[in-house]
Design a protein around this ligand. Sequence first.
Ligand SMILES: [Fe+2]
Length: 318
Amino acid sequence: MRYQLAPLYCRPWTLNGISARLIESHYENNYGAALNRLNAISEEIERLDLGSAPNPSLARLKRDEIVALNSTLLHELYFASLGGDGRVVPDALASAIAKDFGSVDRWRQEFVGIAAGLAGGSGWVLLTYVPRDGRLINQIASEHNQSIAGGVPILALDMYEHAYHLEFGANAGAYIAAFMRNIDLSAVKQRYDDAIKVAPPRPLEQKEFADVPSISVEEVREMMKSGTPVQIIDTRPKHYTTKAQDIMDGAVWRDPERLNDWIGTLSKTEPVVTFCVYGFHIGCQTASALRKAGFDARYMAGGHYAWKAIKGPVKLFE
Ligand SMILES: [Fe+2]
């Protein structure tokens, strides 16, 4: 694989307080160098003898590749972040930012604050969209990596000294202010539009239980905290419970294979939550059977271990 150089995206002569000379040097000496390094690393990887014995160079080269590739990608995003006036945030972007940061001002303060904290050191400040949560977040990326897994950066501020030293010396604050004055916010908005089209990670699908409603462990915790009456039934299989040490506090264990023995003890006026070990089958089957019998039953997604993972209280299982 040979990576191709991207043309300079912003027009250096239009920038306000960031000189063409600085951008040219940055583009040629740092972006260009990263791209050349990336291509050299790819070539080296292709030349490796990957025969039977593990090649010790491979892991090192693959690590170097991440750094060079991310440096390339982030520099392209950095140059594409400049060329605007940094002032007018398009409406859709402004409301997305306000939703996730409180206000545009608050986002700006946080972004600039992170950059100021990197002054004299190195790293990136990125505005990144996380499809899993459908939200924007400011992040630091040091060593060109530490990207948020699955995140889509839409704005990049280069805080490596090479990005400003030539013109601003140690005055990183002036460089940050100049960057903020030159953000092309309509381009950021376009990248945001593209980013939100990325699908979130696929959720767990249990087609056979599609008609059985579930409840999250967080919702169950809220019900318990608020004192909402709820009957919580631990239906982990008997063979499993013989080695189980703990049980969700507030739950009673009932043998899922003997449903008919205990169904009569449940109230039909209070909701029922059932769960098993991981939330796959037994808890769903029990909830399904209870619903057929006229109970307002749901299964707790993720089961016993999801409850433990949110540090929900447990007690000794006897
Ligand atoms: Fe740079």
